[in-house]
Design a protein around this ligand. Structure first.
Ligand SMILES: Cc1ncc(COP(=O)(O)O)c(C=O)c1O
Length: 389
């Protein structure tokens, strides 16, 4: 394709890398000239089973022959089947399906307001440096001014505290008019910042004490990315609501808000809806994704440990590197030089990595990646970072 045409026809919103990708296979993608790239980005933590996974091909083809979409005016089995899996895995009560991460967050915010209506609680607590999406509600709880400022005024009643600051959390919650606290157990877009165990535990304790809901945004960390099905399982703390998207659909667009019985009891027919949400195509594929990820969890832990060890050995000691952080197959490398230009140089060396945070290189490969492929990618990263861009 002529990439100049993008500028002619598409809204000027994405600062894309100069690469047109046409297909993928396993953990590799291919450009128009059939150049092969090792993918350490997986479509921003989405393509967990890699590309052209036979189980996904089979699920898409078989469901598309039967029924792609029919709306939520009728019952469809794949939707119920996926909800059943998510309820069993999370220990929560019910599921609402939508089409993206930001919609899963919007639903969690609306459900919080619905739950808090009679109690006259409508405010939210969120954390600085968080990222919860781009629609007006999600943006309003996103703790980064650069995303918010161009669109102010946003929805009112949101207080931001420092991530991991339990004292600030208690000071706010004590005021008593908050319907929910929203947290990423590991901040993703903000720079791969894991929460402290004590912060998550205290958040749960305080939310119960002050009768406030606890929402975990696991849009990026959910569905095996961190080595457990959900990141909250590392902390042994169960939220009242869980937002999922990205890795759930194996590349098809899906979002899910999983809620506990307290939230379920506050909802009524017509309170919220989505035309496409939970359609038979995406939900039948997502069930297959979950089935595969459940089997992959030991593998993810093994290769995740391998990746962590290799990054600490080969990347952390480099002059240009300030810090290496992460868990499972989700790592960030803080650099002194420009993270974006490291990504560009990696593309020249046939490796896809992406940025996050202020100046962090993010590694979120497909969860099916093996040790040899990890070595290949870390070798390229080392070479590029050593090159001193
Ligand atoms: C933690 C988190 N929440 C919400 C979102 C928004 O998801 P989407 O881009 O699918 O709307 C993202 C996207 O990066 C995310 O990482």
């Amino acid at each position: 394709m002529d990439i100049r045409e993008e500028k002619l026809y598409l809204a000027p919103l994405y600062n894309r890398f100069p690469l047109s990708i046409v297909k993928g296979e396993g953990v590799y993608v291919f450009d128009e000239n059939n150049n092969r790239y090792l993918d350490f980005a997986s479509g921003i933590a989405v393509n967990s089973l890699g590309y052209a996974h036979p189980k996904i091909i089979e699920a898409v083809s078989s469901q598309v022959r039967k029924l792609t979409h029919i709306s939520n005016l009728y019952y469809t089995e794949p939707q119920v089947e996926l909800a059943k899996r998510l309820v069993k895995l999370s220990g929560l009560d019910k599921v609402f399906f939508c089409n993206s991460g930001t919609e899963a967050i919007e639903a969690s915010l609306k459900f919080s307001r619905r739950w808090g209506k009679e109690k006259k609680k409508y405010k939210f607590i969120s954390t600085l440096n968080s990222f919860h999406g781009r629609t007006m509600g999600s943006l309003s709880v996103t703790g980064q001014k650069k995303y918010q400022e161009p669109f102010e005024p946003l929805i009112e009643g949101v207080t931001f505290i420092e991530f991991n600051d339990t004292k600030a959390l208690e000071e706010e919650l004590r005021k008593g008019d908050y319907c929910a606290v929203i947290l990423e157990p590991i901040q993703g877009e903000g720079g791969i910042n894991p929460a402290r165990q004590e912060f998550i535990e205290t958040a749960r304790y305080l939310c119960d004490k002050y009768d406030t809901l606890l929402i975990f945004d696991e849009v990026q960390t959910g569905i095996g990315r961190t080595g457990k099905m959900f990141a909250f399982q590392h902390f042994n703390v169960i939220p009242d609501m869980l937002a999922l998207a990205k890795g759930l659909g194996g590349g098809l667009p899906i979002g899910a808000t999983v809620i506990n019985s307290k939230v379920t009891e506050s909802l009524h027919y017509g309170d919220h809806a989505s035309t496409f949400g939970g359609n038979p195509l995406v939900t039948s594929v997502a069930s297959v994704v979950i089935e595969e990820i459940e089997k992959l969890l030991p593998h993810i832990n093994e290769v995740g440990n391998f990746l962590g060890k290799l990054l600490k050995e080969k990347i952390a000691p480099l002059d240009d590197v300030l810090d290496v952080r992460g868990i499972g197959l989700m790592y960030g490398i803080d650099t002194k030089s420009n993270a974006r230009s490291i990504c560009e140089r990696c593309i020249e060396e046939r490796l896809l990595v992406i940025t996050c945070g202020k100046n962090t290189v993010r590694i979120v490969p497909p969860l099916v990646i093996n040790e040899q492929e990890i070595e290949e990618g870390v070798y390229i990263l080392e070479k590029v970072i050593k090159g001193g861009i």
